[in-house]
Design a protein around this ligand. Sequence first.
Ligand SMILES: [Zn+2]
Ligand SMILES: [Zn+2]
Length: 196
Amino acid sequence: MELLAIFRIEDIENDALQTAASIALLVLGVLYLSLIFWTFADARRRIDDPLLVMCATLASFFPFVGTIVYLIVRPPEYLDDVRLRELEMTAAEARLANLDYSLCPHCDYEIQSDYLRCPSCMRKLKERCYSCSKPIDPSWRICPFCEAETSAPSPATSTRRRRRQTTDQSTVAADIAKPEPEEAAAGSETSRRRRR
Ligand SMILES: [Zn+2]
Ligand SMILES: [Zn+2]
């Protein structure tokens, strides 16, 4: 009787162990299959070449180690992200290339920075520098290319003129007699530049 009882307990223990083992195997099996599927799905989102996707999926058939190796060597970015980044790069390049373009202030026609006249509305956009013939804005005081002074009225001169009109004649005479410090500084600046 005692022997039989021991056997029975052992049978029950064996049964429990077997059930636990089979559940563990089932879980492992499901995990294994889902890892294969996950590797395939992930590789398809990251790799463009179908052959390489197949290789990654085949590698994941090697239980667990295959997927771990794939995790190490897979491309870091999704294909969608790579395409988006390339699109953004192209757009940025196009923007940079179009920096030289602007719109006509009169008719919004696309013009280049060195147009003298708008090709659409024929209005004057730039003047030609009398010294180097490069196109310059009428509001510029000097030509930025050759440093020649333009005929544009400078804001400093116009305020000086206004000030002179309001003050009496003696101060004006004194003003004319002594050279303006601003002008002297500008003169030495230009001569220094010319010497360079
Ligand atoms: Zn125009
Ligand atoms: Zn010039």
